[in-house]
Design a protein around this ligand. Structure first.
Ligand code: ZN
Length: 194
């Protein structure tokens, strides 16, 4: 699984032959709920013994988790939210923002062969394209230290921050964009058995 995620190809080698199969894909995966279902529950308490959250998280390997850009925890929806009349942004509006962000990225990488999105950005371009102001730098440094994040996770936070900024058509990556990107590393966070 790691090779196609990292190199976007699958290599099969036999004694007489080695072939690379292109494998560009988007991985979307889900985990079964935590067994007692009350961990991080907004209204109920989890009384599981220590270590059981780590055991649950260990079902997915660290290196694989590291390569997943967005972790989203789905917690139960409170009744008040279900019945809320608050109007949320619809799919049509969201689509418009996504198309706009994609166009920005097309333009950004027009001279880079085979690169169409922030996620594909090479490490050499990170510093230039994802430059951070002082406030954002401090925030990301503190997070790296607190959560003991890998260099790979750091790169992914930067790229996701760039995409969040693109979705808001913001030229600069603001600390709010970085904070949102960090939030998407949900399973690295202390709230999940850290
Ligand atoms: Zn529990």
């Amino acid at each position: 699984m790691r090779q196609p995620m990292e190199e976007i190809k699958v290599s099969i080698s036999r004694t007489k032959l080695a072939i690379d199969f292109p494998a560009s894909f988007m991985l979307i995966a889900s985990m079964n709920p935590y067994p007692c279902r009350f961990y991080n529950h907004p209204e109920k308490n989890c009384s599981c013994p220590p270590g059981s959250v780590t055991k649950y998280l260990n079902k997915i390997s660290g290196p694989l988790l590291d390569r997943i850009d967005l972790h989203v925890e789905v917690t139960p929806v409170a009744f008040s939210h279900l019945t809320s009349t608050h109007i949320q942004e619809g799919s049509f509006e969201i689509r418009k923002r996504v198309v706009q962000a994609r166009n920005l990225q097309d333009l950004r990488f027009k001279h880079k062969k085979g690169i169409y999105s922030n996620a594909q950005m090479e490490s050499a371009d990170l510093k230039k394209i994802c430059s951070l102001n002082n406030e954002s730098q401090t925030l990301i440094k503190k997070t790296m230290e607190q959560l003991n994040l890998s260099a790979r996770a750091y790169d992914r936070i930067l790229k996701v921050s760039r995409t969040i900024a693109d979705l808001e058509t913001s030229e600069e990556i603001l600390s709010s964009h970085v904070a949102e990107a960090i939030h998407f590393r949900n399973l690295d966070r202390e709230g999940w058995g850290g």
